[in-house]
Design a protein around this ligand. Structure first.
Ligand SMILES: [Zn+2]
Length: 65
């Protein structure tokens, strides 16, 4: 009994990383989702450099569903 693998979506809530932020995003792949998060971080948080530490936090916050 395994769940269907089609249309795997990734979802992230920025609030899991940055308290009080209400930004959420979803995408079909982790890469696409990371692109959206990076764009949001630059625009709304002034983060222009994704450090390995931040990248790890982001990846830990990604939900599959
Ligand atoms: Zn945010």
């Amino acid at each position: 009994m395994s769940a269907p693998e089609t249309g795997k979506a990734r979802h992230i809530a920025c609030g899991d990383i940055v308290p009080d932020c209400t930004f959420t995003a979803s995408a079909e792949s982790e890469e696409e989702l990371l692109d959206k998060v990076v764009a949001h971080a630059a625009q709304d948080h002034g983060i222009t450099e994704i450090t390995p530490e931040l990248a790890a936090k982001v990846k830990a916050a990604i939900r599959n569903r």
